[in-house]
Design a protein around this ligand. Structure first.
Ligand code: AP5
Length: 221
């Protein structure tokens, strides 16, 4: 077993990367590193980074590679990433993928395990416009398919459920276009390295989770 391993969940907005990454990172015992969550946190705290990235995210565009790489490098330098991590929403461009390869080599990681969560765009609008997230613990719900027991309230801690600002139908189209243009080609990049695996992410949350767990645990053994 490689002592340090990076796991990468690729896939379009709404594929289920965050839903699955939260669970699987716990099972693997590695941190879940979501560049979207890191940036939303910066926006919420009103930091200099947050002031720059907030309007870009609100338009459904990608944040510049320089800013993203700096943020990821700082996060990876923290001690709890020394044994590996699970990336969700990163890398998203070829430049980010090449930058990550260089960081992983420098830091003594083995080859990453990359899984493409494959789902057709026509399923994603319902998933994204129906998503609600707990403002306290980040638990993800869907008002259509995975609602909380009490409307607007997290089952686990009673936190208020909120809708992401970029989950409107109009912005979702921008995000999907950015995905098609910049991120979809990464599947070929990782396929050519022989590290890409694919999961049918149109299946149920539990079935997708089982398929992903099989892949990541297989890579650990
Ligand atoms: P980010 O936060 O990364 O968002 P995203 O990639 O658009 O992905 P999402 O979080 O929307 O979807 P997900 O796949 O995690 O789905 P989820 O599990 O929540 O990025 C946001 C923005 O930040 C970007 O637009 C960009 O501006 C910026 N950014 C972030 N990273 C960047 C980077 N590296 N470079 C440049 N810019 C960057 O599920 C969605 C819904 O579907 C939920 O309601 C869930 O309950 C439901 N669901 C999940 N799985 C299933 C299933 N199997 N069946 C039915 N419903 C399901």
């Amino acid at each position: 077993m490689a002592s340090k391993r990076a796991f990468i969940f690729l896939g379009p907005p709404g594929a289920g990367k965050g839903t699955q990454a939260k669970r699987i990172a716990k099972q693997l015992g590695v941190p879940h590193l979501s560049t979207g969550d890191l940036m939303r946190d910066a926006v919420a705290r009103g930091t200099d980074l947050g002031k720059i990235v907030g309007p870009i995210m609100q338009r459904g565009e990608l944040v510049s590679d320089d800013l993203v790489m700096k943020m990821v490098e700082e996060r990876l330098a923290q001690p709890n990433c020394s044994g590996g991590c699970l990336f969700d929403g990163f890398p998203r461009t070829l430049a980010q993928a090449e930058g990550l390869d260089a960081i992983l080599r420098r830091s003594g990681f083995g080859q990453p395990v990359v899984v493409d969560l494959d789902v057709s765009h026509d399923k994603l609008l319902r998933r994204l416009t129906g998503r609600r997230t707990c403002s306290v613990n980040g638990e993800i719900y869907n008002i259509y398919d995975a609602p909380p027991k009490v409307e607007g309230v997290c089952d686990n801690d009673g936190g208020k459920l909120v809708q992401r600002a970029d989950d409107t139908a109009e912005i979702v189209q921008q995000r999907l276009a950015a995905y098609d243009r910049a991120t979809k080609p990464l599947a070929d990049y990782y396929r050519s390295q022989g590290v890409l695996q694919r999961v049918d992410a149109s299946a149920s949350v539990d079935d997708v989770g089982r398929a992903l767990l099989g892949i990541v645990m297989g890579a650990q053994s």
